[in-house]
Write a protein that binds this ligand. Structure first.
Ligand code: PBG
Length: 322
């Protein structure tokens, strides 16, 4: 028998062959682009740690959404920075809050673009935590009411999907019940099911002005050391009616994405978070890595691991390359 029988290099010889046998193909339709809405008009303020990403007033966000739709990107996820923050996160569930008004304006201008909302309180509380503080910790069950109210207000404003990111116990059930109670049974929930207490969220907290003023989020977000617990979290969210399960962050948690893909027959999403984006941008700006190459390599690996939906600050750049 001639040696070697298998020569895998045969299928790598030319780009034509490589593209024929490529197992993972990215497409802009699978990307979701995060937007940060701020009060005012004509405002477009670059987020220092996230080059190319801006805090946008609603009118500017609408322009951005027109571009995003043209690029064929799957959708946007909205975060809001309210005029005032308070202990009760009242801006989060106000029918005329920043995100609620943003949804209305975007759906009016670009009706076919999928608009998802992040459902959480940390951008709206004066202390920066994701819920009501009682005895120094976030109280689970009061926070559920705020979350359900927020999701409802988003649905009323015309959101296509809601995405709770708070990590309270029972939030998917609470939101589902609230939505169904007002006739929004057709609005899907994409839950941040396995969300870790991660150092990679640093730049986001500048973007969303949501860094906690005391303590950290470890009493509600997951310990990075735990994989089995992620399966429990995802099982609970699935059983409570989550339509899409998300893992966050992405690159340091590819094993969790792969396990989610194996275990659940719903779409799996992954969030390539702010710190993942900023690290690549910073290294590229130093000339240490090739931004486009590393951007595509990370996105490909996240999809290869099992995520068919990727929330990423690279959505526009990657869509332009594809
Ligand atoms: C809100 C929320 C956060 C992110 C998404 N939703 C911040 C946090 O939990 O501290 C992080 C996104 C990113 O880093 O890009 N709870």
């Amino acid at each position: 028998m001639p040696f070697p029988i298998h020569r895998p290099r045969r299928l790598r010889r030319t780009e034509a062959i490589r593209s024929l046998v490529r197992e993972t193909r990215l497409s802009p339709e699978g990307f979701i682009y995060p937007l940060f809405l701020v009060p005012g008009e004509g405002k477009r303020k670059e987020i220092g740690s996230m080059p190319g990403n801006n805090q946008l007033s609603i009118d500017e966000a609408v322009k951005e959404c027109e571009e995003i739709a043209k690029l064929g990107i799957g959708g946007v996820i909205l975060f809001g920075i309210p005029e005032v923050k308070d202990d009760e996160a009242s801006g989060a569930y106000h029918d005329h809050g920043i995100v609620q008004e943003g949804i209305r304006a975007i759906k009016r201008a670009v009706p076919d673009l999928l608009v998802i909302t992040d459902v959480c309180n940390c951008e709206y509380t004066s202390h920066g935590h994701c819920g009501k503080i009682i005895e120094g910790d976030v109280d689970n069950d009061t926070t559920l009411e705020w979350l359900a109210d927020s999701a409802l207000s988003h649905a009323r404003a015309g959101a296509d999907m809601v995405a709770p990111s708070d990590m309270m116990d029972g939030r998917v059930a609470a939101i589902r019940e609230a939505l169904d109670g007002e006739g929004f049974e057709k609005i899907p929930i994409m839950s941040y099911a396995a969300k870790y207490a991660s150092g990679f969220y640093g730049p986001f907290r500048e973007a969303a002005e949501s860094a906690p003023t005391f303590g950290d989020r470890r009493s509600y977000q997951m310990d990075p050391a735990n994989g089995r617990e992620a399966m429990l979290e995802m099982t609970l969210d699935f059983e409570e009616g989550a339509d899409i399960l998300m893992v966050k962050p992405a690159l340091a948690y590819l094993d969790i994405i792969a396990a989610a893909r194996q275990s659940f027959d719903v779409p799996i999403a992954a969030y390539q978070v702010s710190g993942e984006f900023s690290m690549i941008m910073a290294a590229a700006r130093n000339g240490w890595i090739d931004k486009d190459r590393v951007m595509m390599e990370t996105l490909t690996s996240i999809q290869r691991a099992g995520a068919s939906i990727i929330l990423t600050y690279f959505a526009k750049d990657a869509a332009r390359l594809l």
